[in-house]
Design a protein around this ligand. Structure first.
Ligand SMILES: Cc1cc2nc3c(=O)[nH]c(=O)nc-3n(C[C@H](O)[C@H](O)[C@H](O)COP(=O)(O)O)c2cc1C
Length: 312
């Protein structure tokens, strides 16, 4: 059997599949739905210093090409997370502590607390959530991004920092590059893409927040292109591992992200559609690695061939 283990910023994961932030509740509860051994890591809900109720319903709707959500960062807040969730983060997959906030100080507060938790070997900064209505987004400007990443890094002496970045259409991927320049140890891409749905009978927006984040099949090929592009832009000298996600519902989608350059593959919408998809994706990936003649999945990371396909 080929090895499915992957290494992410020095942390070994038993497999490449990661439950993405927002798809696994606070974290441990996803293990009730996904069999042990399927996930290499589980990302917690993005935690803010204070508890947040999030937006009122509807805050998650199905659309033709995936899902649209504007949860509004609902989470129990840092204190309850530390007392009620952290004691249950043990055994099985690695846990990735996801954090969110509205100011650099918010991130620093959560990062400081996470750094002291051995059960969180990796921390992820969600600096690209498009759902909060507070305005300022660090991912709007490379300088804001650098400021935030540097500040967070300074309070994480023991834990690698993964920075989650949004879809970028700008040549050179300035936001992702700024994150790496400021010290990100890994990148997660992509977050949901700003979008909107209207009910044509009532003529109302389908989400209470009017706009939300699109996920699922609609965003998959945007993610493939961005992961391959960022990997190329970074080059070998500045390479950091990437958790690729966006519309992975089949093993082929996951394999595509690996070939584009992802060391691990996140699942969000898939876990809402059917948590059993994780097992199917894991098995399909394993068979694909074997068919490729590789000793392990790691050999195939960024393994996309550059010669054109000859028709016929
Ligand atoms: C209902 C829902 C809630 C989410 N909440 C978070 C969150 O709290 N923090 C975060 O970084 N991303 C969050 N995301 C974004 C996902 O982690 C992921 O980046 C995005 O959905 C694309 O992956 P997918 O196409 O596999 O769903 C959420 C996504 C969904 C669908």
């Amino acid at each position: 059997m080929p090895s499915m283990a992957v290494t992410l910023a020095g942390v070994e994961l038993s497999g490449p599949l990661v439950a993405a932030a927002g798809a696994a509740g606070c974290g441990p509860e996803v293990l009730d739905a996904v069999p042990a051994g399927t996930l290499g890591a589980i990302t917690t809900k993005s935690i803010t210093p204070e508890p947040r109720d999030g937006h009122p319903p509807w805050r998650m709707v199905e659309v033709r090409t995936g899902m649209l959500n504007a949860i509004g960062l609902a989470n129990p807040g840092l204190d309850r997370f530390m007392t009620e969730v952290v004691p249950h983060l043990s055994g099985g997959p690695a846990f990735i502590g996801s954090m969110a906030g509205h100011t650099v100080e918010d991130y620093v507060t959560v990062a400081q607390a996470f750094n002291a938790v051995p059960a969180l070997p990796l921390v992820e900064a969600n600096l690209s959530c498009p759902n909060t209505s507070t305005g300022r987004q660090f991912t709007d400007d490379p300088e804001l991004m650098k400021e935030a990443v540097s500040a967070i890094k300074s309070v994480l002496p023991d834990t690698p920092l993964i920075v989650k970045v949004p879809l970028e259409m700008t040549p050179g991927f300035p936001i992702a590059m700024a994150a790496v320049e400021a010290g990100a140890d890994a990148l997660t891409m992509i977050n949901t893409v700003p979008a909107m749905a209207i009910d044509v009978e009532s003529r109302c927006a389908r989400l209470s927040n009017t706009t939300g984040g699109l996920s699922g099949p609609a965003v998959h090929h945007l993610a493939v292109r961005m992961i391959a592009g960022v990997r190329a832009e970074l080059g070998e000298a500045n390479r950091v591992p990437i958790i690729g996600l966006g519309g992975v519902l089949r093993w082929q989608d996951a394999a595509e992200l690996v070939l584009a350059g992802a060391s691990a593959v996140g699942l969000a919408t898939a876990l809402f559609v059917d948590p059993r998809l994780a097992t199917r994706i894991q098995r399909g990936l394993g068979r694909w690695v074997r068919r490729q003649g590789a000793a392990g999945l790691s050999e195939l990371i960024g393994g996309m061939r550059t010669e054109p396909v000859v028709p016929g």
